[in-house]
Write a protein that binds this ligand. Structure first.
Ligand code: PPS
Ligand code: ADP
Length: 398
Protein backbone atom coordinates (compact mmCIF):
# COMPACT_ATOMS: atom_id res chain seq x y z
CA UNK A 1 0.00 0.00 0.00
CA UNK A 2 1.35 3.39 -0.91
CA UNK A 3 2.38 5.50 2.08
CA UNK A 4 0.13 8.52 2.61
CA UNK A 5 2.20 11.47 3.65
CA UNK A 6 0.67 13.63 6.36
CA UNK A 7 -0.03 17.24 5.37
CA UNK A 8 2.84 19.50 6.35
CA UNK A 9 1.88 21.84 9.22
CA UNK A 10 1.99 25.44 8.07
CA UNK A 11 4.80 27.29 9.77
CA UNK A 12 4.07 30.63 11.38
CA UNK A 13 6.14 33.73 10.77
CA UNK A 14 6.04 37.08 12.58
CA UNK A 15 6.53 39.73 9.88
CA UNK A 16 8.47 42.91 10.55
CA UNK A 17 6.37 46.08 10.97
CA UNK A 18 7.19 47.01 7.35
CA UNK A 19 6.12 43.59 6.09
CA UNK A 20 2.87 43.83 8.09
CA UNK A 21 2.09 47.17 6.47
CA UNK A 22 2.90 45.74 3.04
CA UNK A 23 0.62 42.77 3.72
CA UNK A 24 -2.24 45.15 4.48
CA UNK A 25 -1.69 47.07 1.25
CA UNK A 26 -1.36 43.90 -0.84
CA UNK A 27 -4.57 42.59 0.75
CA UNK A 28 -6.52 45.78 0.17
CA UNK A 29 -5.46 46.17 -3.46
CA UNK A 30 -3.61 49.40 -2.69
CA UNK A 31 -0.42 48.10 -4.31
CA UNK A 32 -2.20 47.15 -7.55
CA UNK A 33 -1.01 45.93 -9.99
CA UNK A 34 1.35 44.31 -7.45
CA UNK A 35 -0.64 41.59 -5.70
CA UNK A 36 2.01 39.40 -4.10
CA UNK A 37 5.26 39.54 -2.20
CA UNK A 38 8.65 39.22 -3.91
CA UNK A 39 7.64 40.02 -7.50
CA UNK A 40 10.88 40.43 -9.45
CA UNK A 41 12.18 43.99 -9.04
CA UNK A 42 9.49 44.93 -6.51
CA UNK A 43 10.41 46.46 -3.12
CA UNK A 44 7.38 44.73 -1.59
CA UNK A 45 9.35 41.86 -0.15
CA UNK A 46 8.94 39.22 2.52
CA UNK A 47 12.27 38.05 3.92
CA UNK A 48 11.84 34.69 5.58
CA UNK A 49 14.50 33.08 7.76
CA UNK A 50 16.61 30.61 5.76
CA UNK A 51 14.83 27.55 7.18
CA UNK A 52 11.42 28.81 5.93
CA UNK A 53 12.45 29.82 2.41
CA UNK A 54 10.55 27.74 -0.15
CA UNK A 55 7.72 26.91 2.30
CA UNK A 56 4.17 28.17 2.59
CA UNK A 57 3.92 30.27 5.74
CA UNK A 58 1.21 31.77 7.89
CA UNK A 59 1.83 35.40 8.74
CA UNK A 60 0.75 36.27 12.27
CA UNK A 61 0.40 39.63 13.98
CA UNK A 62 2.48 40.47 17.11
CA UNK A 63 -0.16 38.81 19.32
CA UNK A 64 -0.07 35.62 17.23
CA UNK A 65 -3.34 36.14 15.31
CA UNK A 66 -3.05 34.51 11.85
CA UNK A 67 -3.48 37.23 9.21
CA UNK A 68 -2.64 35.55 5.91
CA UNK A 69 -1.11 32.56 4.20
CA UNK A 70 1.71 33.19 1.80
CA UNK A 71 2.93 30.62 -0.69
CA UNK A 72 6.56 30.03 -1.56
CA UNK A 73 6.04 32.27 -4.60
CA UNK A 74 4.60 35.10 -2.51
CA UNK A 75 0.87 34.68 -3.30
CA UNK A 76 -1.26 36.00 -0.45
CA UNK A 77 -4.51 34.54 0.89
CA UNK A 78 -6.05 36.81 3.49
CA UNK A 79 -7.33 35.09 6.66
CA UNK A 80 -8.35 38.12 8.65
CA UNK A 81 -7.89 41.87 8.47
CA UNK A 82 -6.16 43.98 11.10
CA UNK A 83 -8.82 45.32 13.44
CA UNK A 84 -7.03 47.30 16.10
CA UNK A 85 -4.95 50.41 16.45
CA UNK A 86 -5.81 54.08 16.82
CA UNK A 87 -7.97 55.57 14.05
CA UNK A 88 -8.64 52.12 12.56
CA UNK A 89 -11.89 53.51 11.10
CA UNK A 90 -9.82 55.71 8.77
CA UNK A 91 -8.04 52.74 7.16
CA UNK A 92 -10.18 52.26 4.05
CA UNK A 93 -9.42 50.07 1.05
CA UNK A 94 -9.26 51.58 -2.44
CA UNK A 95 -12.61 50.01 -3.34
CA UNK A 96 -14.28 51.49 -0.23
CA UNK A 97 -12.86 54.87 -1.16
CA UNK A 98 -14.00 54.52 -4.78
CA UNK A 99 -17.53 53.70 -3.58
CA UNK A 100 -17.73 56.59 -1.14
CA UNK A 101 -15.66 59.36 -2.68
CA UNK A 102 -15.51 59.01 -6.46
CA UNK A 103 -15.03 62.43 -8.06
CA UNK A 104 -12.90 63.85 -5.25
CA UNK A 105 -9.36 65.22 -5.52
CA UNK A 106 -6.78 63.01 -3.81
CA UNK A 107 -3.85 64.56 -1.92
CA UNK A 108 -0.95 62.53 -0.48
CA UNK A 109 0.09 63.74 2.97
CA UNK A 110 3.28 62.73 4.79
CA UNK A 111 3.70 65.57 7.29
CA UNK A 112 1.64 68.14 9.19
CA UNK A 113 0.09 70.66 6.77
CA UNK A 114 1.17 74.29 7.20
CA UNK A 115 -0.84 77.44 6.40
CA UNK A 116 0.53 77.73 2.84
CA UNK A 117 -0.38 74.14 2.02
CA UNK A 118 -3.84 74.57 3.54
CA UNK A 119 -4.36 77.68 1.41
CA UNK A 120 -3.57 75.65 -1.73
CA UNK A 121 -6.02 72.95 -0.66
CA UNK A 122 -8.73 75.52 0.09
CA UNK A 123 -8.53 76.61 -3.57
CA UNK A 124 -9.36 73.13 -4.89
CA UNK A 125 -12.90 72.55 -6.12
CA UNK A 126 -15.11 69.88 -4.59
CA UNK A 127 -14.25 67.20 -2.08
CA UNK A 128 -10.64 66.66 -1.02
CA UNK A 129 -9.45 63.29 0.29
CA UNK A 130 -6.23 63.55 2.28
CA UNK A 131 -4.41 60.24 1.84
CA UNK A 132 -2.25 60.11 4.98
CA UNK A 133 0.72 57.82 4.28
CA UNK A 134 1.29 56.63 7.81
CA UNK A 135 3.44 53.52 7.62
CA UNK A 136 5.91 52.52 10.26
CA UNK A 137 8.96 54.69 9.86
CA UNK A 138 7.43 57.92 8.61
CA UNK A 139 10.30 60.12 9.72
CA UNK A 140 8.66 63.44 10.50
CA UNK A 141 5.81 62.50 12.80
CA UNK A 142 4.55 59.37 14.50
CA UNK A 143 1.80 57.69 12.46
CA UNK A 144 -0.89 58.52 14.99
CA UNK A 145 0.16 62.19 15.23
CA UNK A 146 0.17 62.46 11.43
CA UNK A 147 -3.45 61.29 11.48
CA UNK A 148 -4.36 63.72 14.26
CA UNK A 149 -2.70 66.56 12.35
CA UNK A 150 -4.39 65.53 9.09
CA UNK A 151 -7.81 65.42 10.77
CA UNK A 152 -7.20 68.89 12.19
CA UNK A 153 -6.23 70.06 8.69
CA UNK A 154 -9.36 68.49 7.15
CA UNK A 155 -11.51 70.26 9.74
CA UNK A 156 -10.21 73.60 8.42
CA UNK A 157 -11.38 72.84 4.86
CA UNK A 158 -14.95 72.96 3.53
CA UNK A 159 -15.27 69.37 2.35
CA UNK A 160 -12.25 67.25 3.23
CA UNK A 161 -11.68 63.93 4.90
CA UNK A 162 -8.77 61.70 5.81
CA UNK A 163 -7.96 58.18 4.69
CA UNK A 164 -5.11 56.36 6.44
CA UNK A 165 -2.82 54.22 4.30
CA UNK A 166 -0.10 52.20 6.05
CA UNK A 167 2.66 52.75 3.51
CA UNK A 168 5.93 52.13 5.32
CA UNK A 169 9.28 53.49 4.28
CA UNK A 170 11.16 51.02 2.09
CA UNK A 171 14.54 52.52 2.77
CA UNK A 172 15.23 55.02 0.02
CA UNK A 173 13.45 58.18 -1.04
CA UNK A 174 12.97 57.25 -4.70
CA UNK A 175 11.41 53.86 -3.88
CA UNK A 176 9.14 55.50 -1.32
CA UNK A 177 8.09 58.12 -3.86
CA UNK A 178 7.37 55.50 -6.54
CA UNK A 179 5.32 53.39 -4.13
CA UNK A 180 3.42 56.50 -3.04
CA UNK A 181 2.52 57.21 -6.68
CA UNK A 182 1.39 53.60 -7.14
CA UNK A 183 -0.78 53.68 -4.01
CA UNK A 184 -2.32 57.06 -4.89
CA UNK A 185 -3.16 55.63 -8.32
CA UNK A 186 -5.07 52.79 -6.68
CA UNK A 187 -7.10 55.17 -4.49
CA UNK A 188 -7.71 57.92 -7.05
CA UNK A 189 -8.29 55.75 -10.16
CA UNK A 190 -9.29 58.33 -12.82
CA UNK A 191 -9.81 61.18 -10.36
CA UNK A 192 -7.19 63.91 -10.00
CA UNK A 193 -4.20 63.52 -7.66
CA UNK A 194 -2.90 66.84 -6.36
CA UNK A 195 0.57 66.37 -4.88
CA UNK A 196 1.43 69.46 -2.86
CA UNK A 197 4.36 71.43 -4.30
CA UNK A 198 7.36 72.41 -2.13
CA UNK A 199 6.23 75.39 -0.09
CA UNK A 200 8.15 77.69 2.27
CA UNK A 201 9.65 75.31 4.86
CA UNK A 202 9.30 78.06 7.49
CA UNK A 203 5.58 78.57 6.89
CA UNK A 204 3.82 78.35 10.28
CA UNK A 205 1.44 75.61 11.30
CA UNK A 206 -2.07 76.56 12.42
CA UNK A 207 -2.15 76.62 16.25
CA UNK A 208 -4.06 73.39 16.76
CA UNK A 209 -1.75 71.51 14.37
CA UNK A 210 1.35 73.01 16.01
CA UNK A 211 0.09 71.72 19.38
CA UNK A 212 -0.29 68.21 17.95
CA UNK A 213 3.23 68.29 16.48
CA UNK A 214 4.79 69.66 19.68
CA UNK A 215 3.11 67.04 21.83
CA UNK A 216 4.46 64.34 19.49
CA UNK A 217 8.07 65.53 19.73
CA UNK A 218 9.10 65.53 23.37
CA UNK A 219 11.71 68.12 24.25
CA UNK A 220 15.16 67.24 25.58
CA UNK A 221 14.78 65.68 29.01
CA UNK A 222 11.32 64.32 28.14
CA UNK A 223 12.43 61.76 25.58
CA UNK A 224 13.15 58.27 26.90
CA UNK A 225 16.82 57.29 26.94
CA UNK A 226 18.68 54.00 26.96
CA UNK A 227 22.29 54.21 28.15
CA UNK A 228 23.82 50.96 27.00
CA UNK A 229 27.28 49.97 28.26
CA UNK A 230 28.98 47.14 26.36
CA UNK A 231 32.42 45.63 26.95
CA UNK A 232 34.36 42.66 28.27
CA UNK A 233 33.78 41.17 31.70
CA UNK A 234 35.71 43.34 34.18
CA UNK A 235 35.96 46.29 31.79
CA UNK A 236 34.00 48.48 34.25
CA UNK A 237 30.45 48.42 32.85
CA UNK A 238 28.64 47.78 36.14
CA UNK A 239 30.86 50.15 38.10
CA UNK A 240 30.40 52.97 35.61
CA UNK A 241 26.69 52.33 35.13
CA UNK A 242 26.20 52.45 38.90
CA UNK A 243 28.24 55.63 39.27
CA UNK A 244 26.29 57.31 36.45
CA UNK A 245 22.95 56.24 37.95
CA UNK A 246 23.93 57.47 41.43
CA UNK A 247 24.75 60.87 40.00
CA UNK A 248 21.46 61.07 38.08
CA UNK A 249 19.51 60.03 41.18
CA UNK A 250 21.30 62.70 43.23
CA UNK A 251 20.14 65.34 40.76
CA UNK A 252 16.69 63.87 41.19
CA UNK A 253 14.62 64.80 38.14
CA UNK A 254 14.61 61.39 36.44
CA UNK A 255 13.73 57.89 37.52
CA UNK A 256 16.21 55.21 36.47
CA UNK A 257 15.87 51.49 35.79
CA UNK A 258 19.02 49.39 35.96
CA UNK A 259 19.38 46.38 33.65
CA UNK A 260 22.78 45.09 34.75
CA UNK A 261 24.13 41.97 33.02
CA UNK A 262 24.59 39.86 36.14
CA UNK A 263 21.31 40.96 37.72
CA UNK A 264 19.29 40.33 34.54
CA UNK A 265 20.72 36.83 34.36
CA UNK A 266 19.41 36.11 37.86
CA UNK A 267 15.85 37.24 37.02
CA UNK A 268 14.68 38.06 33.48
CA UNK A 269 17.16 35.67 31.84
CA UNK A 270 17.48 32.99 34.55
CA UNK A 271 18.36 29.66 32.98
CA UNK A 272 20.04 31.01 29.86
CA UNK A 273 23.55 29.81 29.03
CA UNK A 274 26.44 31.67 27.40
CA UNK A 275 25.96 30.08 23.97
CA UNK A 276 25.70 32.58 21.10
CA UNK A 277 21.97 31.93 20.81
CA UNK A 278 21.25 32.40 24.51
CA UNK A 279 23.37 35.54 24.68
CA UNK A 280 21.35 36.96 21.79
CA UNK A 281 18.11 36.07 23.56
CA UNK A 282 19.43 37.70 26.73
CA UNK A 283 20.33 40.94 24.94
CA UNK A 284 17.05 41.07 23.03
CA UNK A 285 15.16 40.71 26.32
CA UNK A 286 17.14 43.55 27.81
CA UNK A 287 16.50 45.57 24.66
CA UNK A 288 12.79 44.89 24.74
CA UNK A 289 12.43 46.01 28.35
CA UNK A 290 14.67 49.03 27.79
CA UNK A 291 12.67 50.05 24.71
CA UNK A 292 9.41 49.89 26.69
CA UNK A 293 10.94 52.03 29.43
CA UNK A 294 12.05 54.56 26.84
CA UNK A 295 8.61 54.55 25.20
CA UNK A 296 7.26 56.04 28.42
CA UNK A 297 9.99 58.65 28.75
CA UNK A 298 12.07 56.72 31.27
CA UNK A 299 15.80 56.15 31.50
CA UNK A 300 17.18 52.60 31.35
CA UNK A 301 20.83 51.92 32.09
CA UNK A 302 21.98 48.56 30.67
CA UNK A 303 25.34 46.93 31.31
CA UNK A 304 25.61 43.48 29.74
CA UNK A 305 28.64 42.29 27.77
CA UNK A 306 26.47 42.24 24.60
CA UNK A 307 29.30 40.87 22.45
CA UNK A 308 27.50 40.73 19.09
CA UNK A 309 27.17 43.75 16.81
CA UNK A 310 23.98 42.59 15.08
CA UNK A 311 22.15 42.08 18.40
CA UNK A 312 23.24 45.49 19.69
CA UNK A 313 21.93 47.00 16.45
CA UNK A 314 18.59 45.23 16.97
CA UNK A 315 18.38 46.81 20.42
CA UNK A 316 19.13 50.23 18.95
CA UNK A 317 16.34 49.71 16.43
CA UNK A 318 13.86 48.59 19.09
CA UNK A 319 14.62 51.63 21.24
CA UNK A 320 14.49 54.12 18.39
CA UNK A 321 11.28 52.62 17.09
CA UNK A 322 9.81 53.13 20.57
CA UNK A 323 10.78 56.81 20.34
CA UNK A 324 13.74 56.59 22.73
CA UNK A 325 17.30 57.75 22.26
CA UNK A 326 19.93 54.99 22.25
CA UNK A 327 23.33 55.97 23.63
CA UNK A 328 25.94 53.25 23.24
CA UNK A 329 29.05 53.38 25.44
CA UNK A 330 31.86 50.99 24.57
CA UNK A 331 33.78 50.34 27.76
CA UNK A 332 36.92 49.52 25.82
CA UNK A 333 39.24 48.46 28.64
CA UNK A 334 41.66 46.01 26.97
CA UNK A 335 41.48 42.31 27.70
CA UNK A 336 44.88 42.34 29.46
CA UNK A 337 43.64 44.91 32.00
CA UNK A 338 40.31 43.10 32.53
CA UNK A 339 42.23 39.89 33.11
CA UNK A 340 44.66 41.62 35.49
CA UNK A 341 41.66 42.88 37.52
CA UNK A 342 39.90 39.50 37.41
CA UNK A 343 37.61 40.55 40.24
CA UNK A 344 35.57 37.38 40.19
CA UNK A 345 38.41 34.98 39.33
CA UNK A 346 36.57 34.08 36.11
CA UNK A 347 39.44 34.74 33.68
CA UNK A 348 41.71 32.39 35.64
CA UNK A 349 39.03 29.72 35.47
CA UNK A 350 38.42 30.38 31.76
CA UNK A 351 42.16 30.07 31.06
CA UNK A 352 42.18 26.75 32.88
CA UNK A 353 39.29 25.66 30.63
CA UNK A 354 36.86 25.47 33.55
CA UNK A 355 34.44 27.98 31.96
CA UNK A 356 33.66 27.30 28.30
CA UNK A 357 32.79 30.08 25.83
CA UNK A 358 34.21 32.87 27.98
CA UNK A 359 34.09 36.25 26.23
CA UNK A 360 37.54 37.39 25.11
CA UNK A 361 39.10 33.98 25.79
CA UNK A 362 37.03 31.37 24.02
CA UNK A 363 34.07 33.37 22.74
CA UNK A 364 34.24 36.50 20.54
CA UNK A 365 33.64 40.13 21.40
CA UNK A 366 32.77 42.23 18.32
CA UNK A 367 33.93 45.80 18.96
CA UNK A 368 31.22 48.35 18.16
CA UNK A 369 31.82 50.87 15.42
CA UNK A 370 28.64 52.79 16.23
CA UNK A 371 29.34 53.71 19.87
CA UNK A 372 28.58 57.30 20.88
CA UNK A 373 31.49 57.04 23.34
CA UNK A 374 34.49 54.74 23.67
CA UNK A 375 36.09 54.72 27.07
CA UNK A 376 39.17 52.81 28.27
CA UNK A 377 39.12 52.82 32.07
CA UNK A 378 42.75 51.69 32.46
CA UNK A 379 44.59 53.89 34.98
CA UNK A 380 41.64 56.27 35.36
CA UNK A 381 39.45 56.92 38.36
CA UNK A 382 35.82 55.86 38.33
CA UNK A 383 34.72 59.47 38.91
CA UNK A 384 36.72 60.68 35.94
CA UNK A 385 35.17 58.05 33.63
CA UNK A 386 31.68 58.67 35.07
CA UNK A 387 31.98 62.40 34.36
CA UNK A 388 33.05 61.71 30.78
CA UNK A 389 29.94 59.60 30.21
CA UNK A 390 27.68 62.20 31.83
CA UNK A 391 29.20 64.99 29.74
CA UNK A 392 28.87 63.02 26.50
CA UNK A 393 25.24 62.14 27.20
CA UNK A 394 24.34 65.52 28.71
CA UNK A 395 22.15 66.54 25.77
CA UNK A 396 19.89 63.55 26.37
CA UNK A 397 19.85 63.68 30.14
CA UNK A 398 18.90 67.33 30.77
N1 PPS B 1 31.17 32.28 29.56
C1 PPS B 1 31.02 33.50 30.06
N2 PPS B 1 31.33 34.58 29.29
C2 PPS B 1 31.15 35.81 29.79
N3 PPS B 1 30.69 36.07 31.04
C3 PPS B 1 30.36 35.04 31.83
C4 PPS B 1 30.51 33.72 31.37
N4 PPS B 1 30.11 32.90 32.37
C5 PPS B 1 29.72 33.67 33.40
N5 PPS B 1 29.88 34.96 33.09
C6 PPS B 1 29.46 36.08 33.97
O1 PPS B 1 28.28 36.58 33.37
C7 PPS B 1 28.37 37.98 33.16
C8 PPS B 1 28.03 38.33 31.71
O2 PPS B 1 26.69 38.17 31.51
P1 PPS B 1 25.99 39.02 30.38
O3 PPS B 1 24.55 38.73 30.47
O4 PPS B 1 26.39 40.43 30.50
O5 PPS B 1 26.61 38.39 29.04
S1 PPS B 1 26.03 38.48 27.55
O6 PPS B 1 25.76 39.90 27.29
O7 PPS B 1 24.82 37.67 27.48
O8 PPS B 1 27.10 37.97 26.68
C9 PPS B 1 29.79 38.39 33.40
O9 PPS B 1 29.64 39.51 34.25
P2 PPS B 1 30.41 40.89 34.05
O10 PPS B 1 31.75 40.60 34.59
O11 PPS B 1 29.64 41.85 34.89
O12 PPS B 1 30.42 41.29 32.61
C10 PPS B 1 30.44 37.21 34.10
O13 PPS B 1 30.52 37.47 35.48
N1 ADP C 1 38.00 53.88 35.92
C1 ADP C 1 37.32 52.76 36.27
N2 ADP C 1 36.04 52.60 35.88
C2 ADP C 1 35.36 51.46 36.19
N3 ADP C 1 35.89 50.45 36.90
C3 ADP C 1 37.16 50.58 37.32
C4 ADP C 1 37.93 51.72 37.01
N4 ADP C 1 39.16 51.55 37.54
C5 ADP C 1 39.16 50.37 38.17
N5 ADP C 1 37.97 49.77 38.05
C6 ADP C 1 37.63 48.45 38.65
O1 ADP C 1 37.38 47.53 37.59
C7 ADP C 1 36.43 46.57 38.03
C8 ADP C 1 35.34 46.56 37.01
O2 ADP C 1 34.35 45.62 37.37
P1 ADP C 1 32.85 45.69 36.88
O3 ADP C 1 32.36 47.08 36.98
O4 ADP C 1 32.08 44.63 37.59
O5 ADP C 1 33.03 45.35 35.32
P2 ADP C 1 31.99 44.66 34.36
O6 ADP C 1 30.61 45.03 34.80
O7 ADP C 1 32.34 45.22 33.01
O8 ADP C 1 32.27 43.20 34.46
C9 ADP C 1 35.94 46.99 39.40
O9 ADP C 1 36.64 46.29 40.38
C10 ADP C 1 36.33 48.47 39.43
O10 ADP C 1 36.58 48.93 40.75
Amino acid sequence: MAAVSAPQPVVQYHPTPRELDDLELLSSGAFAPTTRFNEPGSPVTLTLPAELVGHDVELVDPEGLPLARVTATGEVTVLTHAQHGPFRRLYLTPSQVREQHAGATFVPVTDALDVDELALLADLDGRVVLIALVGHGTPALSPVALLRASLAAAARLDDALVVAVPLASHGDAQTDHDLGVQVLGAYAADDPVAALPETDPDAPLPDEIARIVDADRPGPGEQGVVLFFTGLSGSGKSTLAQAVMDQILEIGDRTVTSLDGDVVRRHLSAGLTFSKEDRETNIRRIGWVAAEISRHGGLAVCSPIAPFDATRKQVREMVEHAGGAFFLVHVATPLAECERRDRKGLYAKARRGEIPEFTGISSPYEEPEDAALRIDTTGRTIEDCRDEVLAAAAGLLQ
